[in-house]
Design a protein around this ligand. Structure first.
Ligand SMILES: Cc1cc2nc3c(=O)[nH]c(=O)nc-3n(C[C@H](O)[C@H](O)[C@H](O)COP(=O)(O)O)c2cc1C
Length: 373
């Protein structure tokens, strides 16, 4: 057992008791602890693979994925962590979200990158604000990775918040070009970060601003570059189900490579009923002091419904180009994985469930997921 696996096992006990701490103290501890843990995880050197993918392989965009599950955006923001992900048995590796210029992320009341896990509810809240080293630095880092068969690389990018339209969109397109040169297989456009003050209203996504952003990318990148990488657009799991047909049709018509449902939720009151009563005080403290996005089990049904609907729309169309549906939100068990496959969902990403399983099975988490009876 590595030192990190031991820490995670120990923390599993502590975090279940974290409701005894004052909310502020617990959030301070876990915000710092998460940063340090992910840093150590991304640098972890494993001498032998913990799981070798065999029966779950899938070919998408002409590239082999070891299985349909990879880390979600935000886990390895700066593109460090490929080797450990491959050794664990991940189906792919996702870097980012990155922006055109480096960002320090959110800090409030002396807490940097506020984050809090709610293990009794299998959920978490975060208000990170997209800290990252920038497209350029991360693209350079990804270009130096010794890429292994069966573990392709994707990257999540977003426009820089608070910047004029043309500058912001030029930054995004430049990001696509840098990552294309770095040899990534696909990019994911993060249209749904609730933590930067630029959150798009998920009840009315099809406004002119979304369409203008997508048109810009179509005209300046997808049509422009002969060998452009596929671009998947990631929306919130709060997206209204009734908007999925229009969104998917729009993305297909514009030549995008797929859709991802999705990002964290800001429907605090709806999700509050799924929070264990012991964790409710801390949850309320976090949402009133920071806001942020809810992740984990409370998103499980929404992500499945939205992604399944996207599959139905995609399958009803005659496609001239591959269009992939990704499900993210609340994935933690083989039942979640199988339910996605049964619904025709192509790929999955996990974040909160990943750490839940890591605390139980350490680096054997993919092995546990795929070999349990
Ligand atoms: C600490 C943290 C940071 C995140 N950062 C990002 C990010 O940079 N970009 C993004 O698209 N999503 C980000 N997310 C959202 C996740 O990618 C994912 O969509 C969400 O957590 C739902 O998946 P889960 O239920 O498996 O956690 C972040 C989530 C967490 C918990």
């Amino acid at each position: 057992m590595t030192f990190l696996e031991t820490i995670a096992k120990f923390d599993r006990v502590v975090r279940l008791l974290s409701f005894y701490f004052s909310p502020r103290l617990a959030i301070e501890l876990y915000s710092r602890g998460r940063r340090e843990f992910v840093h150590a995880l991304s640098e972890e050197q494993l001498s032998t693979p913990r799981y070798i993918n065999s029966g779950n392989k899938v070919t998408i965009w002409g590239v082999e994925f070891g299985n349909r599950l990879m880390n979600a955006a935000g886990m390895f923001k700066n593109g460090v962590g490929y080797d450990v992900s491959y050794m664990q048995g991940a189906g792919a590796f996702l870097a980012g979200t990155t922006t055109a210029t480096p960002r320090a992320g959110n800090s409030k009341n002396g807490i940097l990158h506020p984050f809090m896990p709610y293990p009794r509810s299998e959920a978490a809240l975060n208000w990170m604000g997209l800290p990252n080293d920038s497209h350029e630095t991360v693209a350079e880092r990804l270009s130096r990775i010794n890429k292994k068969d069966g573990c392709p690389i994707g990257v999540s990018l977003s426009e820089s918040p608070g910047v004029d339209f043309d500058i912001a969109m030029a930054g995004v397109v430049n990001g696509f070009m840098l990552y294309e040169k770095a040899g990534v297989t696909f990019a994911e456009l993060n249209e749904s970060c609730p933590n930067t003050g630029e959150h798009h209203d998920s009840t009315n996504l099809l406004d002119n601003t979304l369409i203008s952003r997508l048109e810009y990318i179509r005209d300046k990148y997808i049509k422009h570059s002969g060998k452009s990488i596929p671009i998947v657009v990631k929306f919130s799991t709060d997206t209204d189900l009734a908007q999925v047909p229009s969104l998917v049709n729009l993305l297909i018509d514009m030549g995008f490579g797929g859709v991802n449902f999705g990002n964290t939720s800001v429907n605090y009151m709806d999700k509050l009923i799924q929070i264990d009563h012991k964790e409710e005080d801390n949850f309320r403290y976090f949402m009133t002091h920071f806001g942020g996005g809810i992740s984990g089990k409370p998103l499980r049904a929404d992500s499945l419904n939205l992604a399944s609907e996207a599959v139905k729309i995609r399958n009803s169309r005659e496609l001239h180009k591959e269009f992939i549906v990704i499900r993210t939100g609340g994935i933690e068990t083989i039942e979640d994985y199988n339910a996605s496959v049964d619904a025709g969902i192509d790929l999955m990403q996990w974040f909160t469930g990943y750490f839940e399983l890591f605390s139980k099975h350490g680096h054997d988490l993919y092995k546990h997921l795929f070999t349990q009876k």
